[in-house]
Design a protein around this ligand. Structure first.
Ligand SMILES: *[C@@H]1O[C@H](CO)[C@@H](O)[C@H](O)[C@H]1NC(C)=O
Ligand SMILES: *[C@@H]1O[C@H](CO)[C@@H](O)[C@H](O)[C@H]1NC(C)=O
Ligand SMILES: *[C@@H]1O[C@H](CO)[C@@H](O)[C@H](O)[C@H]1NC(C)=O
Length: 529
């Protein structure tokens, strides 16, 4: 009895620490990631800024597309989005309170160069990003900048067909140069493009993003060629990147000391069966989706898997283009959300992937009716944490352990107003999602992969392209009536993950705020805060 009491008292007084021990002994910890590892959140201009016609900005392809009836769920658009343009100080304060040391965001082309090279620089647009960059640096947050994230001034789209035309290369180079020139003294991480493969797939194969091109039977479009145009679009994006990166290295990199990369959308693919043909299909899926973009940038040509099936359809690089493109990235950015099964197939107009442009690979999230992982709010986005480790193994092998940043990873939830408090704010699923993927990432790093950063998509609920505001990815909930930001459980988890044991320096001494005292911008005198 006496002993029992003592045991009882022991458990009662020690319950909190016991619980912490029991629940968290296996928890992923920041200490498992290398020194200097970037932990951040990610956003993109059109999805958060709003102010779509303010201070000299003109219309972008997305402004125009989202206003066409029927293109976006519930008829929504990014005119206001989450009004980040006016609320950036508050949003940077949210990031500061999370304790991130990096922030990935993109620059609106139509804000900085509203008419491309056919007009002049918009000083108010340039100034907006100056303020963001300065404010981030004051808070010890590294800006990680995407030059183009799906948006392009409509004038360039309308005038010559945007990325379908080689004319876009000069426009992009001018835009990139404008960014290096104005921001490069403070920005050390650049990516030219976000997801060229998705830009081509959604805009020119399926026709569901601007300019809405496709060829039946893929979708019902008024223009397009789903077998040919996506190849041209990625080709022009790759050459645009190569020319911009060439100039960056020639004129800016030495002086400014930054690095430059490209972000590719990267699912992992598993063979649906053990048969040789399906294993080949899985490797074709990786080649046709990921290596399509990365092979030229690192190896200097399109993947052999694509040449084998597409032959003469593959666009050619000139000798000068080849010289500039090979080795033109310092790091690989991957947006990783899901894994799918891959199955060898012959041509079928209606089965997703069973066309030459997709390598005749049928991709699906189910095998014998069993999903590959837990389903999320977006079809074909399943929770498969082990897929990240496998994807990184693949990239490590194919690209000789090139440095990698995970530039997006996150969980979507369907907007359900009646479940706001119970599910959307108490987003335990999102926390489990990130813990799982971070553990998988840590495992890849332990095996030797050179991974240097991880960005949660997204800081805030935002405009999710064709899904409008019906899908929520944020660590912060946005009430679209008031535009108030409300912390979700996941924001508290990320804060505690980032603060736990993180400030250990080389001598094992723990400091409380690691990055926050760092880099104070030279331009700080200009700050408004
Ligand atoms: C395809 O689009 C055309 C023109 O917009 C429309 O008339 C037709 O009904 C559509 N067909 C289908 C199957 O949606
Ligand atoms: C894949 O399927 C196609 C069409 O059924 C077939 O011709 C081809 O041989 C298959 N590939 C392999 C590697 O078995
Ligand atoms: C949050 O959800 C979890 C289950 O997902 C539940 O156990 C917990 O009680 C909820 N917390 C609050 C404050 O509602």
């Amino acid at each position: 009895m006496e002993i029992n009491n003592q045991i009882q008292i022991f458990f009662l007084t020690n319950l909190p620490s016991l619980l912490v021990f029991l629940c968290c002994a296996e928890e992923i910890s920041r200490a498992e990631f290398p020194d200097g590892f970037l932990f951040g959140t990610a956003t993109s201009a059109y999805q958060i800024e709003g102010a779509f016609l303010e201070d000299g900005k003109t219309l972008s392809n997305w402004d125009v597309f989202s206003h066409i009836p029927g293109k976006i769920e519930r008829g929504e658009n990014g005119d206001v989005a989450v009004d980040h343009y006016h609320r950036y100080l508050e949003d940077i304060e949210l990031m500061h309170s999370l304790g991130v040391n990096a922030y990935r965001f993109s620059i609106s082309w139509a804000r900085v160069l509203p008419r491309g090279r056919f007009g002049s620089i918009n000083p108010a647009g340039v100034e907006f990003y100056n303020k963001i960059i300065d404010c981030l640096l004051l808070k010890g947050i590294e800006p990680f900048v995407t030059i183009s994230h799906h948006d392009i001034p409509q004038e360039l789209e309308h005038g010559y067909g945007g990325f379908l035309s080689p004319l876009v290369q000069d426009d992009f180079v001018l835009f990139a140069k404008t960014c290096f020139e104005n921001y490069g003294d403070r920005v050390k991480y650049w990516t030219t493009f976000n997801e060229p493969n998705i830009y081509a797939d959604m805009g020119y194969i399926r026709g569901v993003y601007p300019p809405g091109h496709c060829l039946e039977p893929y979708h019902n479009c008024s223009a397009g060629n789903s077998e040919r145009e996506p190849l041209l679009v990625v080709h022009n994006m790759l050459i645009s990147h190569a020319k911009a990166a060439y100039i960056y290295r020639e004129r800016y990199q030495l002086k400014q000391g930054g690095s430059i990369g490209v972000v590719v959308h990267a699912f992992m693919y598993e063979p649906i069966s053990d048969q040789e043909c399906d294993r080949e299909a899985a490797s074709r899926a990786l080649a046709f989706n990921i290596a399509w973009v990365l092979d030229p940038l690192l190896n200097g040509d399109y993947p052999p898997e694509m040449y084998r099936l597409l032959g003469e359809n593959m666009p050619k690089f000139s000798p000068d283009e080849l010289k500039k493109i090979k080795g033109s990235i310092d790091f690989i950015g991957i947006n990783h959300y899901s894994s799918l099964y891959a199955e060898n197939c012959s041509y079928s107009p209606s089965k997703l992937g069973c066309q030459a442009i997709k390598g005749f690979v049928y991709t699906t999230g189910e095998r014998d009716g069993v999903p590959i992982g837990e389903e999320t709010a977006i079809p074909r986005f399943y929770v498969v944490p082990s897929g990240l480790e496998k994807l990184i193994d693949y990239l490590k092998t194919r690209y000789n352990n090139k440095p990698i940043f995970v530039t997006e990873n996150g969980l979507s939830q369907m907007d359900q107003p009646e479940e706001r408090n119970r599910v959307l704010l108490n987003d335990t699923k999102r926390v489990e999602y990130h813990k799982g993927y971070l553990a998988s990432l840590a495992q890849a790093i332990r095996k030797g992969a050179d991974v240097r950063g991880y960005f949660v998509w997204s800081l805030l609920d935002n405009f999710e392209w064709t899904n409008g505001y019906s899908i929520r990815f944020g660590l912060y909930y946005v009430d679209y009536k008031t535009l108030c930001r409300i912390p979700k459980f996941s924001s508290k988890w990320y804060t505690s993950f980032l603060s736990y044991n993180s400030q250990r320096n080389r001598n094992g001494i723990i400091r409380r705020s690691p990055m926050n005292s760092a880099v104070i911008s030279l331009k700080a005198g200009k700050m408004e805060i």
